[in-house]
Design a protein around this ligand. Structure first.
Ligand SMILES: Nc1ncnc2c1ncn2[C@@H]1O[C@H](COP(=O)(O)OP(=O)(O)OP(=O)(O)O)[C@@H](O)[C@H]1O
Length: 454
């Protein structure tokens, strides 16, 4: 017995009864209806998986117009409805036209029971797939909404950040490729997401790819996808990030970290806007908006031949430089208060505030890790401060350059912390470069920094 609800609408009583008798043995719910005007009321009370609909109801009329009318009504009430038309011999032209108008299939009267059941079961599959698509779409919207949530608030009133906001608005109205430059933690991803959110592609996906975290061997398969059997682990066909981003925006973060070999591969895709899954001969045209970001000096790298000039020109139709926090110290108090409100709520510490002296001290500090560093500092202070007032000491401790570690480390753990701090300081707080020098991925380094409270 298959769990499914089916409705048959026909004016011939005996046909309805025979069909019901047979289908009841196979399907959990079978309703019959002789009067099509009851359709809306029936659809209100029951969620039908499949509706079988006769084309003609008025005696002597067989132009199918009634069938077309009720087909459009059903689809208006439920755009995902799956409708099978019942047609008489000689009405195949009508049936074809009906399928063009949204019907899923048709059966000829008189039918063989097994044939009827077969048609209903395959229509049922279609209904399930349609439902699954809707469900997945909703899940995806919910997940990307959650992800995007943290990147919604764009705090800052300084002239430097206002210029960035103006550029975002202007560039979002176009489909131009954008290159975002700026130090670590300045808000490059925030800018990329804001462009997407304000663009015509806002209802499609935003796919963020950290190129620094993808190994050389997995690069092509991750970005372009692979066909089943393309390599040992390729057990299924898999779409790459470019394909998933179709219709939306793809954000390639840390583009300055790509090797020259991978730069060449990326360039080919960007030039033709076509991809080929690894192990497949087919080329696929993909429509995406490209936003790249890096904290590396790409123009200098072109000069040193570490970055391809043609790739730079391909990606930097518009360049946006996000200022460091040092260049917009006026925004520091605003940002600090913003993060304080967020974390006081998250950690259920209402009424927390900064000591009077704190904000001006924060403005004097260099913030090599920019907004992310400020954000972590405030989060740590909210967690660690005992009373309600956060003093400078509570905020400006455990930072990268601020705290010269004088005492010799006693344990391996302390040694690791010191080592990471020094490596970070040597690279002006640049996490990607530091990770590379230490032989770690960015994620692994972030994990260690978190563990050590750096
Ligand atoms: N203007 C802003 N207002 C509020 N929050 C911000 C702002 N800019 C950045 N942030 C926050 O700072 C954090 C770091 O931002 P983001 O990840 O966009 O930086 P990034 O430049 O892409 O960093 P990385 O170079 O490490 O990839 C995020 O949590 C982001 O929400």
């Amino acid at each position: 017995m298959t769990t499914a609800s089916v409705l048959i609408v026909d004016d011939e009583r005996d046909i309805l009864e025979t069909a019901r008798m047979f289908l009841k043995q196979e399907l959990s719910t079978v309703h019959i209806e002789g009067d099509p005007t009851q359709l809306p009321a029936r659809m209100k009370t029951t969620d039908y998986d499949v509706i079988l609909l006769d084309m003609n109801f008025t005696r002597g009329v067989n132009d199918g117009e009634e069938g077309f009318y009720w087909l459009s009504e059903i689809l208006r009430l439920d755009p995902q409805a799956v409708v099978i038309l019942i047609t008489a011999y000689g009405e195949v032209d009508l049936a074809v036209k009906a399928m063009k108008n949204g019907a899923t299939d048709f059966v000829l009267k008189p039918w063989k029971n097994q044939k009827l059941l077969g048609t209903i079961l395959s229509a049922l599959q279609l209904r399930r797939s349609k439902r699954e698509v809707v469900r997945l779409k909703e899940t995806q919207e919910k997940l990307s909404g959650d992800l995007d949530h943290h990147y919604h608030e764009f705090i800052g009133t300084s002239p430097a950040i206002q210029r960035v906001q103006e550029l975002i608005t202007r560039v979002a109205a176009t489909d131009a490729d954008v290159l975002i430059l700026g130090e670590n933690g300045t808000g490059k991803e925030l800018v990329a997401r804001a462009i997407h959110r304000q663009s015509a592609r806002r209802d499609h996906v935003f796919i963020s790819v950290d190129l620094g975290a993808i190994s050389e061997t997995l690069f092509e398969s991750e970005l372009f996808g692979h066909a089943k059997g393309a390599f040992t682990d390729a057990r299924h066909d898999k779409a790459g990030r470019f394909e998933i981003a179709a219709g939306g925006t793809i954000f390639l973060d840390e583009i300055g970290n790509l090797s020259l070999a991978l730069q060449a591969k990326l360039l080919t895709v960007l030039q033709h806007r076509r991809i080929q899954r690894v192990g497949s001969a087919k080329e696929l045209a993909v429509d995406f908006r490209l936003i790249c970001a890096t904290n590396m000096p790409l123009h200098e790298m072109v000069f040193d031949k570490r970055f391809r000039q043609d790739l730079l020109y391909r990606i930097n139709t518009v360049e946006i430089r996000v200022p460091s926090l040092r260049e917009r110290t006026d925004d520091i108090p605003l940002l600090a208060e913003h993060f304080l409100a967020r974390y006081a709520q998250k950690y259920k510490r209402p009424g927390m505030k900064f000591d009077k002296a704190v904000l001006s001290r924060l403005k004097k500090y260099a913030w090599p890790g920019n907004i992310r560093e400020l954000q972590h500092a405030v989060e740590r202070a909210v967690i660690l401060t005992e009373g309600k007032v956060i003093a400078s000491e509570g905020l400006l401790t455990g930072g990268v350059t601020r705290q010269p570690v004088t005492a010799a480390p006693q344990t391996l753990d302390e040694m690791e912390k010191l080592f990471i701090q020094q490596a970070l300081a040597n690279h002006q707080g640049n996490v990607s470069t530091t990770a590379r020098t230490l032989g770690l991925t960015r994620t692994a380094l972030y994990r260690r920094m978190k563990r050590h409270g750096i």
